[in-house]
Design a protein around this ligand. Structure first.
Ligand code: NAP
Length: 244
C-alpha cells in the first residue's frame, strides 16, 4: 500500500483522510492548536524543518503522493510542499476550499494583507470584531479602537489596549454572531477570506447589521501545483495517481 501524506489542519484534510481508501494515510499537523480535532489514520505533529526536511521525510517514508490540505493562509508550508515535491518527484495536489463571494447587501473592502487591514480600519469603524487569528494580532495592537478578538487558542502576542477576548472555534450560527455583534456594538468586521461554511455566519450577520467587512485576500499559491476545491476532486486525483 502506498503512503499518502496529507498536510492538514482543516476540515477538508480530515474528510480526505477518511476517504483515501487504498492508501496508508499519514496526516501532518503543525502542532499550533492545543486540542486539535484528529483525523482517521496516522497523525504526526510538528514542522518538518523547511523544504529540505520535508523532502527527506518524503523519501524516508516512501511517500507516493502529497495533498496540501492546509488552510489557504498557511503559505509557508504550501511553499515548502511545492519545493519538496519538486525536488523528490512526488505528485502534489493542493486542496483548498473556494474563497467567499460577496452578495447583494454586503459591504466588503478587499485588502491584500493583515497590515493593510489594520491601516484601513480607523476610517471604517471604532468597534471591531477581529477574527483573523492569533498570529495576526500584533498588527492591530497599537490602534486605539475597541476590539472583540476571537481566537481558537489564547494569543501570545500583545493585544490592543481596549479588547474583549473570546476563545472559540465554531461552527457558528447567524443568530449567535448577530447577538455578539449587538452585545459589543460592533461597527466593522475584519476577517481573512478563509471560505467554507464553518465560520461564514459572521458574514451574514454583518450583512444584516449593515456593517462593513474588511476581507483579507488569500496569499498567492505556488505556481504549477494542481488545485482541487473539493474533497471529491482530491479523491478523483488520488485515483488518477494509479494507486487504487
Ligand atoms: P505556515 O505559516 O504556512 O507554516 C509555518 C510552519 O509551520 C511551516 O514552515 C512548517 O514548519 C509548519 N507547518 C505548518 N503546517 C504544517 C503541517 N500541516 N504539518 C507540519 N508542519 C506544518 O502555517 P500557519 O499559518 O502557521 O498554519 C499552521 C497550521 O494551522 C496549518 O497546518 C494550517 O492548516 C492550520 N491553520 C491555519 C490557519 C491560518 O489562518 N493560517 C487557520 C486554520 C488552520 P517547517 O518549515 O518546520 O516544516
Amino acid at each position: 500500500m502506498r503512503t499518502l501524506l496529507i498536510l492538514g489542519g482543516t476540515g477538508e484534510a480530515r474528510a480526505l483522510a477518511a476517504r483515501a481508501g487504498g492508501w496508508r494515510v499519514v496526516t501532518s499537523l503543525a502542532g499550533r492548536v492545543r486540542d486539535p480535532r484528529l483525523p482517521e489514520g496516522e497523525v504526526r505533529i510538528g514542522g518538518f524543518g523547511g523544504p529540505d526536511g520535508l523532502a527527506a521525510w518524503l523519501v524516508a517514508e516512501g511517500v507516493g503522493a502529497v495533498v496540501d490540505a492546509t488552510h489557504p493562509f498557511a503559505s509557508r508550508i504550501s511553499a515548502s510542499a511545492a519545493a519538496a515535491t519538486r525536488a523528490t518527484g512526488v505528485p502534489l495536489l493542493a486542496l483548498h476550499r473556494p474563497g467567499w463571494r460577496e452578495q447583494a447587501g454586503d459591504d466588503w473592502r478587499r485588502v491584500p494583507s493583515i497590515e493593510a487591514a489594520a491601516a484601513a480600519l480607523p476610517v471604517l469603524g471604532g468597534r471591531v470584531m477581529l477574527t483573523t487569528g492569533r498570529q495576526s494580532l500584533a498588527a492591530f495592537a497599537d490602534l486605539g479602537l475597541y476590539f472583540l478578538v476571537r481566537t481558537v487558542d489564547p494569543p501570545s502576542t500583545p493585544l490592543p489596549e481596549r479588547h474583549h477576548l473570546l476563545l472559540d472555534r465554531g461552527p457558528y450560527t447567524v443568530e449567535g454572531e448577530a447577538e455578539l455583534m449587538r452585545a459589543h456594538a460592533i461597527d466593522v468586521l475584519v476577517t481573512k477570506d478563509s471560505g467554507g461554511t464553518m465560520t461564514a455566519a459572521k458574514l451574514v450577520a454583518a450583512r444584516q447589521r449593515g456593517v462593513p467587512v474588511l476581507m483579507v485576500d488569500r496569499p498567492a499559491r505556488p505556481a504549477d501545483v494542481p488545485l482541487a476545491s473539493t474533497v471529491d476532486g482530491a479523491v478523483a486525483w488520488l485515483r488518477g495517481t494509479g494507486a487504487e
